[in-house]
Design a protein around this ligand. Sequence first.
Ligand code: UDX
Ligand code: UDX
Length: 429
Amino acid sequence: MKVAVVGTGYVGLVTGVVLAELGNHVICVDNNPEKVKLLQSGQSPIYEPGIEEMLRRVLKSRHLEISDSIAYATQNSEVIFIAVGTPPGPDGTPDVSAVKAVAAGIGKSIQHHVVVVNKSTVPVGSGDLVEEILISQGASPDLFDIVSNPEFLREGSAIRDTLHPDRIVIGAKRHEAAEKLVELYSTLEAPVIITDLNSAELIKYGSNSFLAMKISFINGLSRICEMCSANIDDVAKGMGLDQRIGRQFLNAGLGWGGSCFPKDVVGLVKTAERLGYDFELLQEVIKVNEDQTLHFIDRMETRLGTLSGKRIALMGLAFKPDTDDIRDAKSLVIIQQLLLKGATVVAYDPMATEHVRRIYPQIEYVADVEALATGADILVLVTEWNEFKQLDLAAVRALMNQGILFDGRRIYGKAAAEAAGFEYFAVGS
Ligand code: UDX
Ligand code: UDX
């Protein structure tokens, strides 16, 4: 099938490259000339395991073209995905200006029938908005269909998630339009659910908000565990074995960050507000998430008396492992708070250092854990990259000034940390 994808971020690029790999002819479009150039030369502007190899393969086989022209993409595709960003605006309401701009570009260029697919996470009602924009730009209603096809891929495992989704959600007004997407995805083995536009949009917000709620719930329980010496891992295991609950997304930690959960939870609160419902439960989910990180820093301060002048070493900066993405990463809040309290902050991340350096040029960045630990008072595990799981803890301890380990993702365990000579504090214990 002839497909176009507008926006080459985590969602758009992975979608485009995977659809090309599946044998479609895909045009990926971006309005950033630097990104277009990079992609044309076979380099990925984002770090995502496996994406660059696949990109090169599909460019070579000519299944993928990179372009800066929405008009070219519209005129040479049967299905065109809108996969541009929808960052939160000042009050948390998703900013859909990029979606609107792309819709206008598509509307101006339509010459034959095309299915316009919203893949970006957009507030309920955005399908109708895109339709209005297309018509306002002169597109004849019989020359397009609007479909909502939300994306559920996770960064770090984006290719696998795209090839093996739990489900494919297709929201459409006309069944024929939905069928076009069913055909496009026919090689994937996944249940397909066809709904109206608003339901598909709400499935995305509902799913992300529910997962964030699960994490905030276990993090709330982790606070109770800290006070009554219960073991949060055992609690999560015992709860998770109930199939109605499930073990996934019950890992207690510093809380959820990233490009989706923070904006989607607020986005759903705002959508509810707009429609006249005060979704207090979700507001509390956000509050628990914020408190979780601040409480962790309070514990460091309690342990040392003051953080002023102390050398605090952060392991990991990305919002999760296997990505260079730092959007709403917990590391950013931690750095901000530590600097406010007068600490000296030193950090190491395998992929995300340069992104954080742009925001916090005043802290020290090092190239490995050895340099990080040297002379530090507290070592803080922020992001659970694999290389941090494989450390020789005793050797790391020997480099430090004070051997205090704060484990924000519970990867080490008390016994191993203490055997290596650490004084160990973890979320939940
Ligand atoms: C519930 C729990 O499911 C069970 O694990 C616990 O031990 C006791 O409470 P039960 O009382 O049998 O079990 O009711 P259940 O059918 O599970 O649901 C309770 C209420 O929640 C019902 O009124 C049901 O209509 C409502 N419900 C259930 C929902 O509103 N939505 C749902 O998705 C599920
Ligand atoms: C999420 C959704 O999972 C995905 O379906 C959607 O398309 C985009 O948003 P992503 O943000 O890439 O994906 O990462 P995810 O693995 O979901 O983690 C989100 C955040 O939750 C991370 O900060 C992670 O550290 C945190 N998390 C996750 C926990 O704290 N505990 C858990 O048990 C799971």
